[in-house]
Design a binder for this molecule. Sequence first.
Ligand code: ZN
Length: 115
Amino acid sequence: MSDNKDHIVNLRVTSDTYEKLKKGALANSESVSNFIRKAIEGSIGLVADISEEILSLGSGDLSGIESYHPARAAKKMACARCGGNIVRGATMMVGETSGSRKYMLCEECGKKLEG
Ligand SMILES: [Zn+2]
């Protein structure tokens, strides 16, 4: 059900963010609310794409990954798929999507990429 009425959204931002918004609005000769509206409209598809990609990876779906290579972890991190620990020095797999986003995968999850 979609209507064409506009809606008012209130949001709280830090003083720092507000100053950046004010600067951006001034540089583009816009009101702060017009500047925010255009920024949201311009990025909402992108944010949705990224969220979808992250959620699908979290659910174990690796189909967004187009290439991968083994690597050694330079620091402790969490596997992008299962959330398990990847310790410093461990062998891991780095998967890359078409958007060149990289996902660090533990050895077990990396094996799923191979077959
Ligand atoms: Zn994993």
